[in-house]
Ligand binder design. Structure first.
Ligand SMILES: CCC1=C(C)/C(=C/C2=NC(=C\c3[nH]c(/C=C4\NC(=O)[C@H](C)[C@H]4CC)c(C)c3CCC(=O)O)/C(CCC(=O)O)=C2C)NC1=O
Length: 177
C-alpha cells in the first residue's frame, strides 16, 4: 500500500534518482490541501451508512427484480452481503482519499472482485449503478453541497479534490466492468 509520499519514493527509486523538484511540488500541493482532504474524508466517513443505504435502495428501486426470488439481493442474507459490500467499497475509497493514492483500494478491495462477483452471480451492472450513486453523494460531501447535511467549513476551491474523489469511484466501476 502506497501513499503520496511512498509513491514518490518508489517512483524515484525505480529510476535510481533523487526525489525530483516536480515531485516535491506535488507533495507541497498535497500538504497545502491536507485540511480539505481531511474534511472530505470526515464528510464521507461520517455519512457512510447513509450514503451506502441510499445507493443500494436506489439501485433496487430501479430494478425490483433484485429483491425477488432469483434476484441477487434475495433473500435477506444476500441483501446484507450487498450492503456490506457497499460499505467495504466506500471504506476503501476513504482510505485512498486520505492517502492520496489508489493502491490500497486496488490491492485490498478491487483485486479479484470482478471474478468473485462473476462466480457468485452478482450483477456487475447493478453493482456499478450503486457505485455511481455513492459517487454522486461522496462528491456532494466533498464540495459540501449535500442538501441536508452541510458542514461548517471554510469554502474554497474543491475542483481538484472532487475530481480525485470521483476518480476512485470510476476506478471501482472500471474494475467491475
Ligand atoms: C475487503 C474486500 C472484500 C470485498 C470487496 C468482498 C466482497 C465479497 N462479496 C461477496 C458476496 C456478495 N456480494 C453481494 C453484492 C451484491 N449483490 C447485488 O445484487 C448487488 C449488485 C451487490 C451489492 C451492491 C452479494 C449479494 C453477495 C452474496 C452472494 C451469495 O452468497 O450468493 C463475497 C463472497 C463471500 C461473502 O459472501 O462474504 C465477497 C468476498 N469481501 C471482502 O473481504
Amino acid at each position: 500500500m502506497l501513499d503520496a509520499f511512498s509513491r514518490a519514493v518508489v517512483s524515484a527509486d525505480a529510476s535510481t534518482s533523487c526525489i525530483s523538484s516536480a515531485q516535491i511540488s506535488d507533495l507541497k500541493a498535497y500538504l497545502g490541501e491536507a485540511n480539505k482532504r481531511l474534511d472530505t474524508v470526515n464528510g464521507i466517513a461520517s455519512n457512510a451508512s447513509c450514503i451506502v443505504s441510499d445507493a443500494i435502495a436506489g439501485m433496487i428501486c430501479e430494478n425490483n427484480g433484485l429483491i425477488q426470488a432469483g434476484g441477487n439481493c434475495y433473500p435477506n442474507r444476500r441483501m446484507a452481503a450487498c450492503l456490506r459490500d457497499g460499505e467495504i467499497v466506500l471504506r476503501y475509497i476513504t482510505y485512498a482519499v486520505l492517502a492520496g493514492d489508489a493502491s490500497v483500494l486496488d490491492d485490498r478491495c478491487l483485486n479479484g472482485l470482478k471474478e468473485t462477483y462473476a462466480a457468485l452471480g452478482v450483477p456487475a451492472t447493478s453493482a456499478t449503478r450503486a457505485v455511481q450513486i455513492m459517487k454522486a453523494a461522496a462528491v456532494a460531501f466533498t464540495t459540501n453541497t449535500a442538501s441536508k447535511r452541510k458542514f461548517d467549513l471554510t469554502s474554497g476551491d474543491c475542483a481538484a479534490l472532487s475530481a480525485e474523489v470521483a476518480s476512485y469511484f470510476d476506478r471501482v466501476i472500471s474494475a467491475l466492468g
